[in-house]
Design a protein around this ligand. Sequence first.
Ligand SMILES: [Zn+2]
Length: 239
Amino acid sequence: MVVHMTKTLYLQDSYLKECDATIVSVKEGKFVVLDQTIFYPKGGGQPWDTGKIVRDNDIFNVVYVGKFSGEVSHEVDRLGLQDGDQIHCILNWQRRYRLMQSHTAAHVFASLLCKETGALITGNQLGEDKIRFDFSLEEYSREILERHIEKTNQLLGKDVPVKWYELPKEEAMKIPGIVKMAKALPPDIPSLRIIEITGVDKQADGGTHVRSLKEVGPIKLLKTENKGKSNRRVYFSFK
Ligand SMILES: [Zn+2]
């Protein structure tokens, strides 16, 4: 048996809103694997994309996308798709673009906070409306967070390029702060995908981001929770 790996177009170009694809397999009538996809599967704190799979004039709504045994699986809302079908993918772009903006804003905030305070990220969840961060930090106050939101806002809206590229893992691991998750070990692969916000941050990351900070508006602090020094929690959203 030949194991087919889906071509993950969202990693090469996060601005693709549509693509053609061929169905490689359908499980239980509604879990669909494609030869290539623009749909981001849930992972790394970034929620899954939604949208449509269209076959001729037939529309199937994509309600969930996950990665199972290395394959991107699209859950559709009804039966009918078959192996070998030629289909067209259309993203719910409004949702995805919001998540790209959130993700990039989250990197700026995390980078500034980690650099100044030595905080490590212990968890994160991006949403369309709000972003949650958990981190470990000895000294902690609402003032520290407010100050870093301020510093983040000084960069958001500016024409600061965001780039993504692959680096050999060994080379990447020499960059300070490349892995900001406290418990994250880089996957057992020869190269890492790096997201670089020019002059601000370099981070190993498999998410989707905007091309420039000028595409991201200012953020505001929503609330903080203190669940112990290794679990400070902060919520923020766009203004
Ligand atoms: Zn990220």
